[in-house]
Design a protein around this ligand. Structure first.
Ligand code: ATP
Length: 198
């Protein structure tokens, strides 16, 4: 049975923690393929995202070294808000026999009950939550996980105190982001003058 991971995000910009999460998912879940999906219209983010073609191009650069990753533009190309359930339905239709694994950071996992049709999301995919195991030790369970234990898995990964918000702020303040994004992404950001006014 084909094992497909699904990893969505704004990727504004994609950073080293995103790549670490992707690597952890590939190894831990023995995925045949990991689909990385930059979001189109992010219904849950208040900030306007950078134009989709930039986020798509940066995602292609950031994940280029992972051969099992396919950067998938379907959420960007879809009109209307980007709902994860729509993407999962499309994948289920494309590969009815595949096992789908939805990869999320812990913050996103806690917000899951606010996602559109979350009950169907739980039916369509196993939710794989990146845990910052090496620092926190004990895992903090959340309500949905307690109620549906068979639909959740934990992905241990080293704690990486990196966020796109911090990266945008650092670029706006002319601080280095060399350890936070890969070199090709840093070059792309500089070339296109992204985040200068963050
Ligand atoms: P922003 O700071 O703009 O909100 P972000 O850094 O959280 O962005 P997203 O593109 O929103 O990045 O995240 C995509 C996915 O990656 C989410 O599931 C998020 O939880 C996860 N993620 C992002 N940063 C980390 C991190 N440092 N450790 C673990 N997971 C992360």
């Amino acid at each position: 049975m084909k094992r497909i991971g699904i990893f969505g995000g704004a990727f504004d910009p994609p950073h080293v923690a995103h790549a670490a999460l992707a690597k952890a998912a590939l190894a831990e879940l023995q995925l045949d393929e990991l689909r990385v999906l930059p979001t189109g219209q992010a219904w849950h983010k208040t900030r306007a995202l950078s134009p989709a073609p930039h986020r798509l191009a940066m995602a292609q650069l950031a994940f280029a070294e992972l051969p099992q990753v396919v950067v998938d533009p379907r959420e960007i190309e879809r009109t209307g808000p980007s709902y994860t359930v729509d993407t999962l339905r499309e994948f289920k239709a494309l590969w009815p026999a595949a096992e789908l694994f939805l990869i999320v950071g812990e913050d996103q996992a806690h917000a899951l009950p606010s996602w559109h049709d979350w009950q169907e999301i739980l039916e369509l995919a196993i939710i794989c939550v990146a845990t910052r195991a090496y620092t926190t030790g004990a895992r903090a369970k959340f309500d949905l996980e307690t109620a549906h234990p068979s639909r959740f898995r934990r992905l241990p990964m080293p704690a990486l105190n990196v966020s796109a918000t911090d990266i945008r702020a650092r670029i706006g303040a002319h601080l280095s982001v060399a350890d936070l994004v890969f070199e090709p992404v840093a070059r792309y950001i500089a070339h296109h003058h992204l985040y200068q006014t963050a």
